[in-house]
Ligand binder design. Sequence first.
Ligand SMILES: [Fe+2]
Ligand SMILES: [Fe+2]
Length: 317
Amino acid sequence: MDIKDYFRIRLTTIKSGDPTPFDLYIMIDGKIINYLKKGDALKEDRASILHFRDSGESFFVSNDQKEIYREYVKSMMNSSLIPNNQKANILRESSIAILEDLFENPDVGMALEASKPIIHELLQFMDVAPESIGNLISLSGHDFYTYNHSFDVSIYSLGLGQALGFDRKMLEELGIASLFHDVGKRNVALEILCKKGPLDEAEWAQMRMHPQYGLKILNEHPGLSDAVKAACYEHHESWSGGGYPQDISGQEIHPFARIVALTDTYDAMTTQRSYNVPMRPTEALNMMKNKLAGRYDPEMLRAMYSVLFKMEKKPTG
Ligand SMILES: [Fe+2]
Ligand SMILES: [Fe+2]
């Protein structure tokens, strides 16, 4: 088997002491080695040493055991023995592992379909533990890969959608819309996406094409709603005009796109990238309210304050 036959998981999603219903692999010197056999338990003391070493790069489950892994995560989410803050962590880490895999998959239709249960589980968790959105948000903002970013934008958007009184069906759609808002970045050169430092003019021009690229990709998948497409195509428009690609304004911009515009910027501002220092939540929101005044739907910006400050946020912000 080769690396393509495995997907990366975080060790925090595995409960030590209990038998693990799948094989766990570890990457050592570029080779994947079976670390734990299906049915064996991860020992508590080993787990703490391994957690320390787990940079998110080195633990794997094989693709043919993906469903078993998903079921395993689901059963932990239903367990009354695990506290909600830990569940929030398990949910985030397991969703991101699955998303990483999906986002690298060339088949967008499959990725769209396979993302539905992720949003579903997220909403379910928010239902049973309404305060959990706070736990989830407190975990955001640490990485800058597209799948992490997209997942975090989804969490913020669902929180905001809930605060705005969206019903369940709308929230499910909003979840998918947020997850795929940057799908057009698939067509932007990797050197541009990963460039450390500011982009030059030509690079910017290509970067700014991602809403168009995204719409084109989504249009190839019948059955997607206009709302999902609008979130992708219009999330760089500005409330007062001057955004791209269409330069529309106010209510002309689809509400989903207005939400994503806000949560997308917020996530970018509060996330550690190699070339910037992340802002604290208040700093970021105040900047969006003052310096960037007019760019965001004012009513949504107010609701975003209530979403974020109902809860505690890690000081790393
Ligand atoms: Fe974008
Ligand atoms: Fe984005």
